[in-house]
Ligand binder design. Structure first.
Ligand SMILES: [Zn+2]
Ligand SMILES: [Zn+2]
Length: 673
């Protein structure tokens, strides 16, 4: 039967309201308590809704008042299951991470933002390397392949190569922030370089810079001869006659070839070396034979020698090992001792003097990883002690400070050697917490040593491998920005000179006061000499330098540079009567001094003098031409510096930090091609 209201609409004409009884009904005010058998509260009360006791006929559970009590509503259901997916296997994590990389790569939301894309990928990497570090290397091989970052991704990022390092770094870095941006810029080319972080020097220096500065020391007039050699890059695997002009890998090796002529050697490696190869033993011995003969130090040796790093050859990562590095260190330091006569050699570690190449870990990484490179610091420190170049105190410092040390000489000079891998852009470990300019503590060590020297009235030479400035392509901004402020604080009264290597070229950096806001003769405070390399790599001649140094002030009074013309080496192959010739290239004072008329014959080649030289270069670009020739050690392969190169080069000379050097026009920093 249809419901009654249907009659109301369908049969409205027939029915009338008066026929439905009753027409109203008033419900009783009291709750009909008989409906439920039990109540949690007084069912007849008017102040609250009734709370019947309900028993479930199926589960036989009696529901508690707490489930419906309006005064105590439960906030978290901790009783019922809330299921989660199962823990993924390590392999599944890897597969998922790689699938996410594919999604991120294909997602049009990132279309024009490779930087966001890269940092997103690193975020995936971070969680994978935390959860399943054993899958890190495989993941980076996958990313490298997906993004076509290299042609040999599976070799490059294998755990035996750089895979373990990258895994450590990504799991520790702030990949969504500054660390990630810098990583994506340097290693993946997908982000702009992040800006120099604000530097807070409050409390960095124990004392303000003395004002006025202490009176300068008086020159003794006695000159010491100090040898500066750099970047030997001994290649003990050099194969005479192998392809010297190869297209991939390390040339002058039996496995090297040129893709234009895979079966016939185009340019057989000469016995004494060539432009695209590291130094064969024959070249290293030639240089070490020539040095005493040319510098008048046969028998008496040098006052001391600076070795600014890179002993080991430029092998691909897969061909390197700790043993190979230690072999070269042991061989070369012993050779220096045998060939250079008395006088200590103060050495700095180069980026190639490590395994993995260029890698060194700040101790702050913690745990079992903190000391992972100490085998090398211990090895070189022990060798330096074995050769009697360093006293126990300096050896102890080297072991504790990443091979960095301070040696206090009895003549009032302190030499501070730094491990510049800790500011080198190719050291992956520098990409952890990099807004801190001194994660490793090495610059704290340097500052404390400089303060100690200032308090004692001693002068300091600082030495390291990777230069802090020039065009800014090698060092990182934040640590070298701090280094620059440290140099300013302790110049010119404490720091007498700074020495670097690494570029293989004869270069120079001037440091100014107040972060170089004004660069003139008055604000120029310190100078870094970048020494020429023994290795010809790449397209360079082989060279070395001797400084004439005042024995009281430790200022450089003149610098003499020698070179050997690598283009003549092939002609030496067919005979054993003569080896290479090393020839005098130039005197720094004689070359540029004529243009600095305010300078007397007994005034030093300090920062002020060098600033005057750059002013002379601005007035007479032919001086830049000269500088450019010497930069490549007069190599026949060095291209001339003209046009924009002139002003860029002067700008590089005036740049002592990456932050400053990167403001110069880029592209003219190197004469290698
Ligand atoms: Zn080098
Ligand atoms: Zn280097």
């Amino acid at each position: 039967m249809p419901p009654w209201w249907l009659f109301l609409t369908v049969g409205a004409a027939a029915a009338s309201a008066a026929s439905i009884n009753p027409s109203t009904f008033t419900v009783p005010g009291a709750f009909p308590t008989s409906v439920f058998t039990k109540y949690y509260n007084q069912a007849t009360a008017t102040s609250a809704q009734v709370q019947p006791v309900i028993s479930d006929p199926v589960t036989h559970e009696t529901y508690p008042l707490s489930l419906t009590d309006p005064n105590h509503i439960p906030q978290n259901d901790t009783v019922d299951p809330h299921p989660l997916p199962p823990v993924a296997s390590s392999k599944r994590l890897l597969d998922s991470a790689l699938a996410q990389v594919q999604s991120i790569s294909a997602n049009p939301v990132f279309a024009n933002n490779t930087c966001a894309q890269c940092q997103s990928i690193l975020e995936v990497a971070k969680f994978l390397t935390l959860a399943a570090p054993e899958q890190g290397p495989a993941f980076f091989v996958g990313v490298c392949t997906a993004l076509k970052l290299a042609s040999n991704c599976n070799v490059m990022f294998a755990i035996q190569n750089i895979g373990s390092v990258v895994t450590q770094v990504i799991s520790n870095a702030d990949v969504g922030g500054y660390d990630g941006q810098a990583f994506c810029q340097n290693f993946m080319g997908m982000c702009p370089i992040p800006p120099t972080s604000p530097l807070n020097l409050t409390n960095w220096f124990a004392k303000p810079k003395p004002n006025p500065l202490p009176a300068p020391k008086q020159r003794s007039g006695k000159r010491l001869n100090v040898l500066h050699i750099s970047d030997v890059h001994l290649d003990p695997r050099y194969a005479t006659g192998a392809e010297g002009n190869c297209t991939t890998g390390t040339c002058c090796r039996t496995n090297a070839f040129n893709t234009q002529s895979p079966n016939a050697t185009l340019s057989p490696a000469p016995r004494f070396g060539t432009f695209h190869c590291d130094s064969p033993m024959a070249l290293v011995m030639s240089a070490l034979q020539a040095i005493p003969a040319l510098t008048g130090t046969k028998g008496n040796g040098f006052a001391w020698t600076l070795y600014t790093g890179d002993l080991v050859s430029h092998d691909p990562e897969s061909q390197l090992s700790r043993q190979y590095v230690e072999y070269t260190e042991a061989l070369m330091y012993d050779l220096f001792k045998k060939m250079l006569g008395s006088g200590p050699v103060y050495a700095a570690l180069g980026n190639h003097d490590s395994y993995n190449q260029a890698q060194d870990t700040p101790h702050s990484i913690g745990g079992g990883l903190a000391e992972q490179f100490s085998w090398n610091y211990d090895h070189v420190a022990s060798l330096w002690q074995h050769e009697k170049w360093l006293p126990q105190a300096a050896v102890d410092l080297a072991r504790a400070h990443y091979s960095a040390y301070m040696v206090k000489r009895i003549d009032g000079l302190r030499v501070i050697s730094l491990n510049t891998n800790l500011w080198y852009r190719a050291n992956y470990f520098n990409y952890i917490n990099m807004t801190n300019p001194d994660v490793s503590g090495m610059l704290r060590f340097l500052t404390d040593e400089l303060q100690d020297a200032e308090d004692a009235g001693d002068r300091v030479w600082i030495m390291g491998h990777v230069l802090s400035g020039w065009d800014g392509t090698n060092p990182l901004r934040n640590p070298t920005n701090l280094f620059y402020q440290i140099v300013d604080r302790f110049s010119p009264h404490v720091i007498a000179n700074i020495f670097f290597g690494h570029t293989h070229e004869d270069q120079l950096s001037i440091f100014y006061a107040n972060n170089a806001t004004t660069r003139n003769a008055d604000t120029a405070g310190a100078v870094a000499w970048i020494g020429p390399s023994i290795t010809p790599l790449t397209n360079l001649n082989s060279g070395f330098r001797v400084y004439e140094v005042d024995s009281a002030t430790f200022e450089v009074m003149d610098a003499h540079t020698w070179k050997s013309d690598v283009s003549t080496f092939p002609a030496l192959d067919s005979q054993i009567q003569v080896g290479p010739s090393y020839a005098y290239e130039y005197s720094t004072r004689a070359t540029y001094g004529g243009n600095v008329t305010s300078w007397g014959a007994n005034d030093p080649l300090n920062a002020t003098w060098w600033h005057h030289v750059t002013e002379a270069m601005e007035a007479d670009p032919s001086l830049v031409t000269t500088f450019n020739t010497f930069q490549g050690k007069s190599s026949v392969q060095t291209k001339p510096c003209t046009g924009d190169c002139i002003t860029a080069k002067i700008c590089y000379i005036r740049s002592g930090s990456a932050s400053i050097g990167q403001n110069c026009q880029q592209g003219f920093g190197s004469v290698q091609s």
